[in-house]
Ligand binder design. Structure first.
Ligand code: GLA
Length: 394
């Protein structure tokens, strides 16, 4: 990480000034609780040691100057008038944050920003949430805004919903901003109450297997799943008016009304109701240090995502199947929106080297496609980088 931070700092100094702050904002994994956030359910994500780094400084003008080092691209915008979307995609993640701050009556002045990172883009590790949260956090420091953590996550989420046009839930932004080293975060996506659970067993590693598949389909299918869940809620409400989201639905109630729902809608709802329950059980597993049982729930989650929620794909299923037959693997499942991106695997430290080798060669043999494998660590959320952090990393 240190070379990346130094690179961003050098770039900032070359282009702008020597006075600036540096923010590090992490990507995330989701241990369990997929497609539950926008259903007011539970999720259990953790921030990881792959981040976006931003150097920032106010420039005393009405202009925002942005430099995306990984894309070798720049963008400039006058923010004295209403902020509008850019034709280019990447500036919108940042402009959306400024727009949301303004809508919440925070006065954002002109600033310069250089950023880059090592969160693989489009791999389901929330590089976009890391960027949004990173800028938001940086601007609170530059302009002295006081915003509580929950509100920060909402602002970053809305930036993506309204400016980028992706109807994501709140999980990614919330965990990127509020992650803690060695801790997973259970978030109640209805109340936004949250609690940390230890995820720091030295013998167990979180390994991500990246299919390399980046499908646009994911966005349209994502919105279809959202509306199917809403359709389910609307119908179930007719039988029990108190139901406002799938969070309020029990499995027995859903089964009673199976015939009232179109088959696809029933399957989507059933998956969500069961996944919510799995998250709560998985939290108990962590409290009891029972990773075997936790891993079994990951397999069940994958099965539900594959068969009932139908957001998996051949590549993800192949990876889970290979992992399941590998020594030292406690659990595996697809992660994030689906249709590509990564699987998340819990692997014992002892078997890690063999696992990496085997899964790569078996995947390539079966699908004739390359696989990237990342070994990750549960790390802290968005924060200011201090010189101390840099020296201790060396
Ligand atoms: C994407 C979204 C999240 C969440 C997951 C599915 O990552 O950004 O809000 O809905 O998909 O769990």
């Amino acid at each position: 990480m240190t070379p990346l931070i130094r690179k961003i700092e050098r770039e900032f100094e070359n282009r702008f000034t020597e006075e600036y702050i540096v923010v590090k904002s992490p990507g995330r994994v989701n241990l369990i609780g997929e497609h539950t956030d926008y259903n007011e359910g539970f999720v259990l994500p953790a921030a990881i040691d792959k981040s976006i780094v931003l150097a920032l400084s106010p420039n005393g003008t009405d202009t925002v100057r942005l430099v995306a080092t990984d894309m070798d691209d720049t963008f400039e915008s006058d923010i004295s008038e209403e902020i509008t979307q850019s034709q280019k995609k990447w500036p919108n993640y940042l402009l959306g944050v400024i727009d949301q701050l303004r809508k919440n009556d925070f006065i954002v002045g002109g600033f310069d920003c250089v950023f880059g990172g090592n969160v693989p883009i489009g791999a389901g590790l929330s590089s976009s949430a890391a960027l949004e949260g990173g800028l938001l956090f940086g601007l609170t420091k530059l302009f002295n805004f006081e915003i509580p953590p929950t509100k920060m996550a909402r602002i970053a989420q809305k930036a993506e919903n309204e400016f980028v046009g992706v109807q994501c839930g709140i999980m990614d932004q919330f965990i990127s901003l509020n992650g803690k080293a060695g801790q997973a975060l259970k978030l109640d996506c209805r109340s936004l109450d949250y609690e940390y659970y230890p995820f720091n067993n030295d013998n167990i590693r979180i390994v991500l297997c990246d299919t390399g598949i980046r499908r646009d389909l994911a966005t349209s299918e994502y919105n279809i799943r959202r509306s199917q869940c809403e359709q389910g809620v609307n119908t179930l409400q007719e039988f029990q008016p108190g139901i406002t989201s799938l969070r309020d639905v029990s499995l027995s109630f859903l089964l009673q009304h199976k015939t009232e729902l179109p088959p696809d809608v029933f399957k989507r709802c059933k998956y969500v109701v069961e996944e919510n329950k799995r998250v709560l059980q998985a939290c108990n597993d962590l409290q009891q240090n029972s990773f075997e049982s936790f891993g079994q729930r990951m397999y069940q989650s994958h099965l539900g995502l594959r068969i009932e929620y139908e957001v998996s794909c051949k590549e993800l299923d192949t990876l889970v199947e290979i992992a399941q037959n590998q020594k030292g693997v406690l659990g595996a499942r697809m992660m994030g929106g689906g249709f590509g991106g990564c699987t998340i695997n819990l692997v014992t430290k002892e078997q890690l080297p063999v696992f990496k080798k085997q899964i790569t060669s078996k995947y390539e043999q079966k699908l004739d496609q390359p696989l990237s494998v990342y070994d990750t660590k549960v790390s802290g959320g968005t924060h200011l980088v201090t010189e101390g952090e840099l020296t201790s990393a060396n």
